[in-house]
Design a protein around this ligand. Structure first.
Ligand SMILES: *[C@@H]1O[C@H](CO)[C@@H](O)[C@H](O)[C@H]1NC(C)=O
Ligand SMILES: *[C@@H]1O[C@H](CO)[C@@H](O)[C@H](O)[C@H]1NC(C)=O
Ligand SMILES: *[C@@H]1O[C@H](CO)[C@@H](O)[C@H](O)[C@H]1NC(C)=O
Ligand SMILES: *[C@@H]1O[C@H](CO)[C@@H](O)[C@H](O)[C@H]1NC(C)=O
Ligand SMILES: *[C@@H]1O[C@H](CO)[C@@H](O)[C@H](O)[C@H]1NC(C)=O
Length: 383
């Protein structure tokens, strides 16, 4: 009974999501796409404890593949309650006005009006991932200037100097939007991503950072629809968020009561309450040349025998860690936890295969294609 309710709720969700505009049906005009941010100003905000960018807008620039035939581009503004998606394909799957005017040879610009979609939010809450300019510099784009942890000094791959004022940094920072970890996000992303996979069929997942949680939860929710999960410095660090002093605290803070999440995930033997998971601390806090270089880990104790991740262990994981990201201090914790719970993990420390100088946002750094090549090789081996 319970199962059939779940089944029907799921198929209703699919029905809602799989209208004629379903994946694969696009008849949009061929175009080149560029994205950038406009406007905005840096302000110091005492509540945030640093500098933030406010009032910037997200722009998509679409250039017709057949060439530009008109002297003036068209700039689209969406209406209230929706976003720039309004101008792309229509709800019945047919091409919308962006396509119409691209086919006429117009350059097309689509904005997410300020406070909407990918533009900056109206109320920038204090606790967001990314946070202030200073936090983004120290954690992601220029850790080498701050010496908060030993490996930071090896960071060389960020385009430009990684600091405020540099054009690449300004664009990078504009992309940060409010998001805070929450059990609600975990539940919702698991359900809705499994709905996507049930529409498009078994797929590979590539996740970065916070998205790692979404990848592991999606695998948990619908393991038969996941061919493999590439986790690029994926979060879900067991039981803790680590910060290496980057955020002003250098101790781990308890979170993820279910090991990888704060919401129930499938274990074998089953777990009905997270207190049934017995844990222990392994490894130690290490310093190299007086700088933090490794965190200890929390994993399952050996007695009783560690439980397996019933669903997540059905899917192979490629886990990538860069040379100079703060993650190099603690990614071993997640890898150990997954392996102990029966997951087959290929863990590649990129520096050990000759890919050096990367920080946490390696997909945006100078040698990103080199890293994509490592992923491609793994995917081809799993097809
Ligand atoms: C500073 O940020 C807080 C949210 O963290 C916001 O409520 C406040 O309005 C901001 N102050 C200014 C002057 O923008
Ligand atoms: C980075 O480059 C920008 C733009 O040239 C400059 O304003 C800024 O001072 C530089 N910052 C550092 C830390 O070098
Ligand atoms: C998440 O889903 C579980 C059921 O799987 C439910 O028990 C829990 O209350 C949900 N939590 C939130 C915050 O939605
Ligand atoms: C585990 O996967 C099965 C499908 O194989 C799914 O029905 C079940 O809901 C999943 N369990 C959890 C807790 O996500
Ligand atoms: C935190 O960092 C300070 C130096 O910034 C150091 O003295 C202290 O031992 C560290 N504590 C832990 C638990 O890492």
């Amino acid at each position: 009974m319970k199962l059939s309710i779940l089944c029907c709720a799921l198929s209703l969700l699919q029905a809602v999501l799989s209208g004629p505009g379903a994946p694969g049906s696009s008849a949009e005009a061929l175009h080149r796409r560029n994205i950038f941010y406009v406007g905005g100003e840096y302000v110091f905000n005492a509540t945030q404890g640093g500098t933030i960018l406010i009032n910037d807008q997200y722009v998509e620039e679409l250039t017709p593949a057949g060439g530009v035939k008109h002297p003036y581009p068209i700039v689209f503004f969406h209406g209230g309650g929706v976003s720039g998606a309004q101008w792309l394909n229509k709800p019945d799957g047919n091409p919308g006005w962006a396509t119409y005017f691209l086919n006429q040879g117009y350059m097309v610009y689509i904005l997410d009006i300020w406070s909407v979609g990918r533009s900056s939010a109206e109320d920038f809450p204090a606790q967001i991932i990314g946070g202030t300019v200073e936090l983004v510099e120290v954690a992601f784009s220029a850790p080498e200037l701050y010496h908060h942890y030993y490996q930071a000094q090896f960071h060389t791959q960020f385009p430009g100097n990684g600091s405020i004022g540099d054009p690449a940094f300004n664009d990078f920072y504009a992309r940060f939007l409010p998001l805070a970890f929450s059990p609600r996000i975990e539940n919702i992303t698991r359900t809705s991503t499994c709905a996507l996979l049930s529409m498009i069929g078994p797929s590979f997942l590539i996740s970065h950072s916070f998205g790692g949680s979404v990848g592991y939860l999606t695998t948990d929710g619908c393991p038969t629809l996941v061919k493999g999960h590439v986790s690029v410095e994926g979060d879900s660090s067991p039981y803790a968020n680590y910060d290496a002093g980057v955020f002003g605290v250098n101790t781990s803070s308890p979170t993820r009561a279910w090991g990888l999440a704060d919401v129930p995930i499938a274990y074998d033997p089953p777990v009905t309450d997270p207190s049934q998971l017995v844990t222990t601390t392994t490894g130690e806090l290490k310093y190299t040349d007086g700088l933090l270089s490794q965190y200890p880990c929390i994993e399952q104790a050996t007695s009783p025998p560690p439980r397996k991740l019933a669903n997540i262990s059905q899917v192979p994981v490629l886990f990538l860690t860069t040379q100079a990201s703060v993650h190099v201090l603690y990614d071993q914790c997640l890898v150990q936890f997954l392996k102990q719970a029966g997951v087959i993990v290929d863990w590649i420390l990129l520096a050990q295969v000759g890919i050096k100088g990367n920080g946490h946002f390696s997909m945006l750094e100078k040698n990103s294609d080199q890293i994509a090549g490592v992923i491609l090789k793994w995917l081809l081996g799993k097809e």
